[in-house]
Each structure stands twice: as structure tokens, then as C-alpha cells.
Design a protein around this ligand. Structure first.
Ligand code: ITT
Ligand code: MG
Length: 207
């Protein structure tokens, strides 16, 4: 089976990529399978810069094509925060629950109509000798006053997805993969990379 390497240590992201890539006949490996890949500091000022940093450092080390995902939540009433700091919003230990509590607390006096937000995802694909390309996706919604649902990861329990009329954590994995920022970025990546993957002998069948 052909494999795709995703430069992430986030198990929630990894599961979503697995679902999508397995359906296309690809095995998914993450940095948890490649302990020799360097632990990279996300020093970029944008999702794009961080995604490129993660993809290139892993691809350089492994000598293989690598996809990286930098993503996060932008809350309008917070001027776009937590943004690129989404994973570490409440501290460097990356605690999803504490991150949610911090956002809810900051929004406690903000009325429903002003709680608009979006998830953003930038995927960077780095191919040894073939450069790096980026693809972005977003998903619009609102921040709920409290958690709803138990699926997904990160901020999913408090993100009400406008298109589905439910919180992200109330969606089945297949439903989230229809509308998520990550799925949308991946759709663009798929279009563009189809040709180069086929050239490499990979079969990326469209389902
Ligand atoms: O860098 P890697 O190893 O991939 O893992 P990470 O968790 O640090 O990933 P990011 O730096 O891209 O930070 C993304 C954070 O944004 C949030 N996030 C991203 N996508 C999400 C989603 O689909 N649902 C809920 N929260 C999400 C969540 O808190 C993530 O930890
Ligand atoms: Mg990170």
C-alpha cells in the first residue's frame, strides 16, 4: 500500500487524515511513526509559514514527500485569536479542555450574534527536489456558550458549524470530513497533486 506521511503529532488530526487517505488506498504515517524527524518549533507568523516549516523539516530529514497541517480557530470578537496559537492558547502543554475554557471565559459577555468564528487550515506539501506548495481551507461557525458533543478534538465541542446546524463534536467523522477546513484544504491539494502523484507511480483514485 502506498503511504502518505503527515508531519503531525496531533492524534485528532491524524485520525481525520487516515479516514480520508485510507478510502483512497493510502496508508497514513505520522511523526509518531518517525521518531527521528526533528521536533520543530512553530516560529512562523502565519498558518502558512508554520505549515511550510513543519513540512520542509520533515521532508528534508526523511527524504520523502511530506504533508503538514497548521490550523486553528479565529474568533472575530477576539480579534482573530487564538489563531496560530490555538494549540497552546492556555499554555504550552497543549490542553484542549483548558484552551476551550479560556475562550469561553473571554467570550462570557459576548452575545450570540457576535460570536462568529472560523476554523482555518493550511496544508503544505513538500516534495524532495520538487519544492513546497500550500493549500488552504476554512469553515465558518460560532462559538457556543458551552460544550456540545464528544466527537472530534480541540475546539470542536464549542464550535457550532453553520452548515450542519450542530457543533463539530456532534458530527460523525464522515460529516466533519465533508465540511471541515482540513477537508477543504485537502480537496484543493488533491486536485493539484493528482498529476505529480501519478507521475510518481501513486494511484490516487477519486472516490
Ligand atoms: O503541530 P501538530 O503536531 O500538527 O499538532 P498541533 O495540535 O500543535 O497543531 P497546530 O499547531 O496546527 O495547532 C492546531 C490547533 O488548532 C485547533 N484545531 C485545529 N483543527 C481543529 C479541528 O478540526 N477541530 C478542533 N480544533 C482544531 C486545535 O486546538 C489544534 O491543537
Ligand atoms: Mg503545532
Amino acid at each position: 500500500m502506498n503511504e502518505v506521511i503527515i508531519a503531525t503529532k496531533n492524534k485528532g488530526k491524524a485520525k481525520e487524515f487516515e479516514r480520508i487517505f485510507n478510502a483512497r488506498g493510502f496508508d497514513v504515517k505520522t511523526l509518531l511513526d518517525y521518531p527521528e524527524a526533528p521536533d520543530i518549533e512553530e516560529t512562523g507568523a502565519t498558518f502558512e509559514e508554520n505549515a511550510i516549516l513543519k513540512a520542509e523539516s520533515a521532508s528534508d530529514r526523511l527524504g520523502k514527500m511530506v504533508i503538514a497541517d497548521d490550523s486553528g480557530l479565529e474568533v472575530d470578537a477576539l480579534g482573530g485569536r487564538p489563531g496560530i496559537y490555538s494549540a497552546r492558547y492556555a499554555g504550552t502543554e497543549k490542553n484542549d479542555d483548558a484552551n476551550i475554557d479560556k475562550v469561553l471565559d473571554e467570550l462570557k459577555d459576548v452575545p450570540a450574534a457576535e460570536r462568529t468564528a472560523r476554523f482555518r487550515c493550511v496544508l503544505a506539501v513538500s516534495i524532495p527536489g520538487g519544492g513546497t506548495q500550500t493549500f488552504s481551507g476554512s469553515c465558518e461557525g460560532r462559538i457556543l456558550p458551552e460544550r456540545r458533543g464528544t466527537n472530534g478534538f480541540g475546539y470542536d465541542p464549542v464550535f457550532y458549524a453553520d452548515e450542519m446546524n450542530r457543533s463539530m463534536a456532534e458530527l460523525e467523522p464522515a460529516e466533519k470530513n465533508k465540511i471541515s477546513h482540513r477537508a477543504r484544504a485537502l480537496e484543493k491539494l488533491e486536485q493539484t497533486l493528482l498529476t505529480s502523484l501519478e507521475k510518481d507511480g501513486h494511484q490516487w483514485a477519486k472516490s
